[in-house]
Design a protein around this ligand. Structure first.
Ligand SMILES: CC(C)(COP(=O)(O)OP(=O)(O)OC[C@H]1O[C@@H](n2cnc3c(N)ncnc32)[C@H](O)[C@@H]1OP(=O)(O)O)[C@@H](O)C(=O)NCCC(=O)NCCS
Length: 188
C-alpha cells in the first residue's frame, strides 16, 4: 500500500514557490484539462503573472503546502488592496461592496479574499484542503473577521470541500465566463 503523503503548511516564504504556483495553476486551468477531469477534479480560472503574484505576496503571503521542495498545494491570499494590480478581479471587489454577511454590509466587516486554491494531484483527498484553510485562519484571524472566496458552479468538488470546511454561500451570479457562488467563512 502507498504511504500517506506528508507535507508542511505554512505562509509562503521561499520566493521560488511563486513560480511553482504558476506551474500548478497552468496545469489546472480549465483550458489545459479535458472535460472529464474538469468535472471530476475541478479546475482554476484566473491566470496570474509572476509580477502579480509578487505584488500580492508583498501585501500578505499566501498559504502553501510543501512536500520537500515540491509544492503540494496553495491557497492564495488576496487583500482588498490587491484590486489595484489585478484589474480582472475588480468587478468582484465592486460586487463585494454591495453584499452583506449575516445582515451586516461587507464594508463594515473586515475581510480579505482567498483568490485561488489548488492541490497537486498526488495530494488530493487527504485532508490538505482543510489544512490550507486552517493555515489561513492561523495567519489572518487577528487581522480579519471574514474570508471570502468564489467558486464556479461547475466545480462540485471544490464546492463540496468548501462546504465541509464551513463556508456558507452569500451570493450567486453569472458573468461572461461562468456562474459563480460567493462563499464566506468566519475566521474567529
Ligand atoms: C478542488 C480541490 C482544491 C479540492 O481538494 P481535494 O483534496 O481534492 O478535496 P477533498 O478530497 O478533501 O474534498 C473533496 C470533496 O468533494 C467530494 N467530491 C469529489 N469529487 C466530486 C465530484 N465530482 N462531485 C461532487 N463531489 C465530489 C469528495 O467526496 C469530498 O467530499 P467529502 O469530504 O464529503 O467526501 C482539488 O481537487 C483541486 O486542486 N482541484 C483542481 C483545481 C480546483 O478545482 N481548484 C478550486 C478552484 S475554486
Amino acid at each position: 500500500m502507498m504511504s500517506k503523503a506528508t507535507w508542511q503548511v505554512q505562509p509562503l516564504s521561499d520566493p521560488a514557490d511563486l513560480q511553482r504556483i504558476l506551474e500548478l495553476q497552468r496545469a489546472n486551468l480549465a483550458t489545459s484539462i479535458d472535460g472529464e477531469e474538469l468535472r471530476s477534479q475541478g479546475f482554476v480560472t484566473a491566470v496570474h503573472s509572476l509580477q502579480t503574484l509578487q505584488q500580492m505576496h508583498a501585501l500578505a503571503p499566501s498559504i502553501v503546502a510543501k512536500a520537500g521542495a515540491e509544492l503540494a498545494g496553495y491557497a492564495l491570499t488576496m487583500l482588498v488592496e490587491a484590486r489595484r494590480f489585478v484589474p480582472i478581479l475588480d468587478p468582484m471587489f465592486q460586487l463585494f461592496e454591495r453584499l452583506s454577511w449575516r445582515g451586516r454590509p461587507l464594508r463594515e466587516v473586515s475581510h480579505y479574499v482567498m483568490g485561488q486554491v489548488c492541490i497537486a494531484k498526488p495530494f488530493r483527498g487527504q485532508g490538505l484542503f482543510d489544512e490550507l484553510y486552517r493555515g489561513h485562519q492561523a495567519a489572518y484571524r487577528e487581522r480579519f473577521e471574514l474570508l471570502l472566496t468564489e467558486v464556479s458552479e461547475r466545480n462540485p468538488r471544490s464546492l463540496r470541500a468548501h462546504e465541509r470546511v464551513g463556508f456558507e454561500p452569500l451570493h450567486r451570479y453569472r458573468d461572461e465566463v461562468d456562474q459563480w457562488v460567493v462563499l464566506g467563512w468566519t475566521l474567529r
